[in-house]
Design a protein around this ligand. Structure first.
Ligand SMILES: Cc1cc2nc3c(=O)[nH]c(=O)nc-3n(C[C@H](O)[C@H](O)[C@H](O)COP(=O)(O)O)c2cc1C
Length: 359
């Protein structure tokens, strides 16, 4: 019946709002869905579209300098009146000045990514009254970050696109969610559908962060070939970088397998052989390995070189099937969560109203 359907939908919406209220209150958004910062992808257009669509966009500062970040924030503010965040890499040599740019521009939320931030970096942001989100790869680190002053934690599992840790989202969330109630926790990595968001909310998360699902948004400036690679790929194509020798560490990155990943293995093999033959010192060999991917993400995202560039993508890439507007993506995620809640309600045995005594 139509009216019963509407009532069920309203009840589902009320339930979802209740489940992610801590997240929406913290972010100041309608949905507790963050668009994870993606270097070269998360710029003014996509970030504003996510925030205007009811989610929470995050600018990826990446290797931008102060002037570039300042211009990006201003341009985003010109496109949306809704809140958005800025993601800064802790290892950036100009971190303090970049934080100041955000503060001066009135950015409300900063995400610090990379290594554990220094006490000074945290203080600078907190003293300015900006909300701070940090990534935690383990419970002990999450607790430490909260003690240092983090206002929220992002738990990102190895299914994610880009730089990754070794532990899956499903295990990390079981490790962290039941034991971290002090601050809101946002779950990232491998989330492609709203029912998965719902599952993490029910486990105690306050919201979710998705990256891969937003790459093929109409508002995303990623090159047509970058988007096509996403649309073609299955979950198994998004692989973590392979390290051949424990003496030569490789930064773990998840990306779509291509000619570049094959060449990277060949390069490691060749460099290690030269090291073993005594032709180059270990330090130089390590540098050659590290330099292989320099500039490779920009080449893929902006220039469309999806053969030798780095096509960073998470395993949820299999759920990216076409270009869609950001609003449509967000609507789909919310609708999947609502359908799951509503389906459960309708499957539940009817509640029998208590019989009220007369008189
Ligand atoms: C192309 C790409 C670039 C990314 N760049 C960054 C970055 O600069 N900083 C960061 O903290 N995370 C970065 N990420 C991770 C995302 O912010 C997000 O946490 C992740 O994509 C969530 O997992 P999912 O890909 O499974 O949705 C990147 C991810 C992708 C796919």
């Amino acid at each position: 019946m139509r009216t019963r359907g509407f009532a069920r939908r309203d009840a589902a919406r009320a339930r979802l709002d209740e489940l992610w209220r801590r997240g929406t209150t913290f972010l100041g958004s309608e949905f507790a869905i963050m668009g994870g910062a993606m270097t070269w992808v998360s710029e003014r257009s996509l970030v504003a579209a996510i925030s205007n669509g009811g989610g929470f966009g995050v600018i990826a500062c990446g290797s931008m300098n102060r002037e570039q970040l300042d211009a990006e924030i201003a341009a985003t503010q010109a496109r949306t009146r809704r809140p958005f965040g800025v993601n800064l890499i802790t290892l950036h040599p100009d971190l303090a000045a970049l934080s100041d740019v955000c503060i001066r521009r009135g950015v409300t939320h900063i995400v610090l990514a990379g290594a554990i931030p220094s006490t000074q970096a945290v203080r600078r942001i907190k003293d300015a009254g900006v909300k701070l989100l940090c990534f935690a790869p383990a419970l002990a680190i999450a607790k430490k970050l909260v003690r240092m002053g983090a206002d929220a934690i992002i738990v990102e599992g190895a299914e994610a696109g880009g730089h990754i840790g070794p532990v899956s989202t499903s295990v990390l969330t079981q490790e962290i969610l039941p034991h971290l109630r002090e601050v809101p926790v946002f779950v990232a990595g491998g989330i492609g559908r709203g029912d998965a968001i719902l599952a993490y909310l029910e486990m105690g998360a306050s919201g979710a962060q998705l990256g891969t699902r937003f790459v093929c948004a109409l508002e995303s400036i990623a090159h047509r070939r970058f988007k096509e690679a996403f649309i073609r790929a299955h979950a198994r194509d998004a692989v973590a970088s392979v390290q051949l020798d424990p003496r030569f560490p490789v930064i773990p990155v998840r990306a779509i397998r291509n000619a570049g990943t094959v060449r990277f293995l060949a390069l490691q093999r060749a460099v290690i052989d030269r090291f073993l033959r005594g032709e180059i010192p270990q330090k130089d060999a390590q540098l050659e390995i590290e330099h292989f991917w320099a500039g490779a993400l920009k080449r893929a995202v902006i220039d469309g070189d999806v053969e030798t560039g780095s096509v960073m993508a998470g395993q949820s890439v299999g759920m990216v099937t076409r270009e869609q507007s950001t609003r449509e993506i967000l609507g789909e995620l919310v609708s999947q969560a609502l359908s799951m809640i509503a389906a459960r309600e309708s499957a539940a045995p009817p509640r029998i109203a208590p019989v009220r005594a007369e008189g």
